[in-house]
Design a protein around this ligand. Structure first.
Ligand SMILES: NC(=O)c1ccc[n+]([C@@H]2O[C@H](COP(=O)([O-])OP(=O)(O)OC[C@H]3O[C@@H](n4cnc5c(N)ncnc54)[C@H](OP(=O)(O)O)[C@@H]3O)[C@@H](O)[C@H]2O)c1
Length: 264
């Protein structure tokens, strides 16, 4: 076994790099042709049924408005019903023919089953599920004292997505629909204490929520598998892959050692 690993350690990297070098030019060309075709034949979401979790504020709210402008029927889910009603009113004004709001907590499996059933019974179908509900907790790992706090974040961000998707999949299969997942670059950039979000808002010029929601819709209707918004964030991935030590040093200096980082 050891011998096999030694052999693979020596040969696999050069073979992979050579294959990639040969494969990338035709692949990139095909990708370009494919993206050109998709920019012409975009999905028309008018009268399609769109379920958005976490639609009472932030990205989910603005994604609702983008769908509304394109004439989609909306089902908005979150815990603050008054906020949902306000988003529903504005969505109707922007062009959505029908909007329903459902008060639910995505961290509770039975509530996820209930809202998916309720929405499908009401509209008779489901075309897109937008998994957006989530919370961000910004704190250094060592200052956590209550593990139940971390568990509740996992219950919303991870299990909430799993439950909603599980119950929506049979309906999405019938309609040949789509699942849109609003994730974070923190999944592959691993910023200390997630202070990244915090700091971004203060001194890195990022996109508006509206601009971000529009990019999400354009990408969804074009059938893209992935979207990184703003796209310059991808540079972080390459720096981390090619020279992880430099990346870690920069992040550590910026977000752990500097005075603006909260230590509690
Ligand atoms: N903002 C960013 O820079 C950024 C970057 C990358 C990824 N994201 C991701 O984008 C998503 C939205 O972020 P945001 O910045 O727009 O946050 P936000 O403004 O705080 O919105 C979060 C939404 O999730 C809902 N929500 C939270 N817990 C819920 C629960 N248990 N059940 C149902 N709904 C729940 C909230 O509604 P209620 O409180 O009314 O339930 C709210 O509508 C999150 O998943 C976040 O991780 C954000």
């Amino acid at each position: 076994m050891d011998l096999l690993h030694k052999f693979l350690n020596i040969v696999l990297l050069p073979i992979t790099l050579t294959v990639l070098l040969l494969f990338m030019p035709p692949f990139l060309f095909l990708k370009f042709l494919w993206s050109f075709k998709r920019s012409i034949y975009r999905e028309n979401v008018a009268d399609k049924v769109i379920l958005i979790t976490g639609a009472s504020s932030g990205i989910g709210e603005y994604v609702a408005y983008e769908y509304a402008k394109r004439g989609a029927l909306l089902a908005l889910v979150a815990r603050r019903e008054d906020r949902l009603q306000a988003v529903a009113d504005r969505s109707r004004k922007l062009g959505s023919p029908e909007v329903v709001v459902v008060r639910a907590d995505v961290s509770k499996v039975e509530e996820c089953k209930q809202f998916v059933d309720e929405i499908v019974n009401y509209f008779g179908r489901l075309d897109h599920l937008v998994n957006n509900a989530g919370v961000v907790q910004i704190r250094l790992f060592e200052v956590f004292t209550q593990f139940s706090n971390i568990a509740s974040v996992m219950d919303i961000n991870f299990w909430g997505l799993v439950y909603s998707t599980h119950y929506a999949v049979p309906h999405l299969r019938k309609s040949k629909g789509k699942i849109v997942v609003i994730a974070s670059t923190a999944a592959w950039l691993g910023a200390p204490g997630l202070s990244f979000y915090n700091a971004q808002a203060n001194w890195i010029p990022t996109e508006t929520t509206e601009g971000c929601a529009k990019a999400i819709l354009d990408s969804t209707c074009s059938g893209d598998m992935y979207l990184t918004e703003p796209s310059w964030m991808k540079a972080g991935f390459w720096v981390k892959t090619v020279c992880p030590e430099v990346f870690e040093w920069c992040f550590h200096s910026l977000f752990v050692n500097w005075p603006w980082t909260s230590k509690d």
